[in-house]
Design a protein around this ligand. Structure first.
Ligand code: NDP
Length: 505
């Protein structure tokens, strides 16, 4: 954490006024407007007011970006660069992001409504750390020599897939981009990346910092614009070799279809979730459970694919847990994202606000009991704020327990036995993450094995760190993982070279 970098509200507001925003497409090492000159407005979700007009790319701009990426790949300016040199450039890039964590964090805060303590203190340092981690691996990975027959040398090596397309969401704009860019660039690929329309700004500056650090022209291209044109053009493009997507399951399905209909490009999908947190009867520290459960659902306004949105609790401990959670809410002030004291900022858009409030109505009509929250607040700011919302008396067949809400809405579900808890936890189309709270190591190990989820936290809401892979089971993911050395595999082709030696005299 770089807490010392976080400005107070007055200072932050002053610095926002001085930000120089990049708003054009970044293609072949330069900023340029969209070919047809169109632009769209990006607004501040905490005020509802416009902050910038961003170039609205189209399919023709994706063509230009892919052509630049392909030309860079063909020239080998990046893929064939000495590994140590590629590493140095990516490390220099990470250093620049760290050095600019504050202005970048401010951009992220006004563009995404995220609290400044998160954007400056966490998102930007984590973005730099991700790129650094993958960079450091570059000159430490070896190929293999297979145990082939005598007279043969068989090597197994990895090569970049070529041109990687990436389409990323708005909830962690810089970080989700880094989760794709870090391993894709470290393994020598060229990339065309599309940020979410609501949050284009931080990535444009981050790409510029990459060029300043020495990433060759054409290796990293950013095309801003709508998903159904720019995103679809990347998904359909016959010269994109691999597409990495994070976002809704619905859009993820389309990338699979486009791959089948075009060039069978690899598809890596990191999708939604409805992650369970299971609180067993024996937990001794309910305050700790409540603190973790609150992070799981209220951090980032609940706009988190691994949000622990279903809180399964043993019937005998529900009252304790609800009481502890209510007490914990004092630590989750909602307000101006530029205030370092704010823990819950604005939802990303008016549309997302409607979606979240719509689910509150669904919960009520399904018979769940609203314990707290559930309404728009701070409306006079013009921003899209919803406070922490808790539903009790939720059954797992209710829509609020089955569908991804992507807001600060927690569903509390009771259970009686371990088997029932596991059954409810796994009774979902998703399988991204899960948490278990128990003092009993046997329960922890047993249940962790039973859960159909890519990441299981025990006595904590945890996603692991850069050393651990992140991805989902079932409809939460497909084709690969973000983070860790496993993320390198999906951006590389595995090549066998079978060399038959001439017999010696
Ligand atoms: P989307 O899946 O629509 O957006 C994610 C990314 O995909 C954005 O860059 C978006 O671009 C792009 N996209 C959108 N439509 C298409 C398309 N037809 N073809 C190609 N790319 C497309 O999520 P939403 O923003 O609509 O949010 C809806 C819900 O999705 C959320 O409430 C949440 O449940 C889930 N979601 C899950 C995320 C996760 O981390 N797993 C992240 C974001 C959303 P653009 O912004 O221009 O539309």
């Amino acid at each position: 954490m770089t807490d010392t970098l976080i400005p107070d509200r007055e200072q932050a507001t002053a610095e926002v006024a001085d930000l120089q925003l990049r708003t054009d497409l970044f293609i072949d090492g330069d900023f340029r407007p969209a070919r047809d000159g169109r632009r769209f407005v990006s607004e501040n979700p905490a005020t509802g007011r416009p902050i910038a007009e961003v170039a609205e790319g189209g399919a023709v701009d994706v063509d230009a970006a892919v052509a630049a990426a392909r030309a860079a790949a063909d020239r080998g300016v990046w893929s064939r660069m000495d590994p140590a040199a590629r590493k140095r450039i990516l490390l220099a890039w990470a250093d620049r992001i760290d050095a600019e964590a504050r202005p970048l964090g401010l951009i992220e805060t006004i563009d995404a409504g995220k609290p400044i303590s998160d954007t400056v203190g966490l998102d930007m340092p984590e973005t730099a750390a991700c790129i650094r981690w993958h960079a450091e691996a570059i000159d430490k990975l070896y190929g293999q020599v297979a145990p082939a027959p005598d007279g043969v040398v068989a090597t197994i090596t990895r090569e970049p897939v070529g041109v990687v397309g990436a389409v990323v969401p708005w909830n962690y704009p810089a970080q989700m981009a880094a989760w794709k860019l870090g391993p894709a660039l470290a393994t020598g690929n060229s990339v065309v990346i599309k940020p979410a329309s609501t949050t284009s700004l931080s990535l444009l500056r981050i790409a510029e910092l990459g060029a300043e650090a020495g990433i060759p022209d054409g290796v990293l291209n950013v095309v801003t614009g709508p998903g159904d044109t720019v995103g679809a053009a990347i998904g359909r493009h016959p010269d994109v070799d691999c597409v990495a997507f994070t976002g809704s399951t619905e859009v993820g399905r389309r990338f699979l279809a486009w791959s089948a209909e075009s060039n069978l490009k690899r598809v890596l999908l990191e999708l939604g979730g409805k992650s369970p947190q299971i609180v067993f009867e024996d937990v001794s520290e309910m305050a700790n459970v409540a603190a973790n459960a609150a992070v799981a659902i209220f951090w980032n306004m609940g706009e988190n694919c691994s949000a622990g949105s279903r809180l399964l609790v043993h019937r005998s401990r529900k009252a304790d847990l609800l009481e502890a959670l209510q007490a914990e809410l004092a630590a989750w002030p909602v307000g101006d994202p530029l205030d370092p004291g704010t823990k819950i900022g604005a939802l990303i858009s008016a549309q997302q606000l409607d979606r979240v409030l719509g689910y509150v109505e669904v919960g009520r009509s399904e018979g769940a009991r609203l314990v707290t929250g559930g309404k728009r607040i701070l409306e006079d700011t013009g921003g899209y704020f919803v406070g922490p919302t808790i539903f009790d008396g939720v059954r797992n067949d209710m829509r609020i327990a089955r569908e991804e809400i992507f807001g600060p809405v927690l569903s509390v579900i009771e259970f009686d036995t371990e088997a029932e808890a596991v059954e409810i936890a796994n009774d979902t189309a998703y399988g991204l993450a899960a948490s278990i709270y128990t003092d009993d190591l046997n329960v922890a190990h047993r249940v962790a094995r039973e859960l159909k989820a890519g990441t299981v936290g025990v006595n904590a809401y945890a996603e692991g760190d850069m050393t651990t892979p992140f991805g989902g089971y079932k409809q939460s993911g497909f084709g690969g993982h973000d983070k860790s050395i496993h993320a390198h595999d999906q951006y590389t082709e595995l090549k066998t070279t079978w060399i038959v030696l001439k017999p010696g005299g």
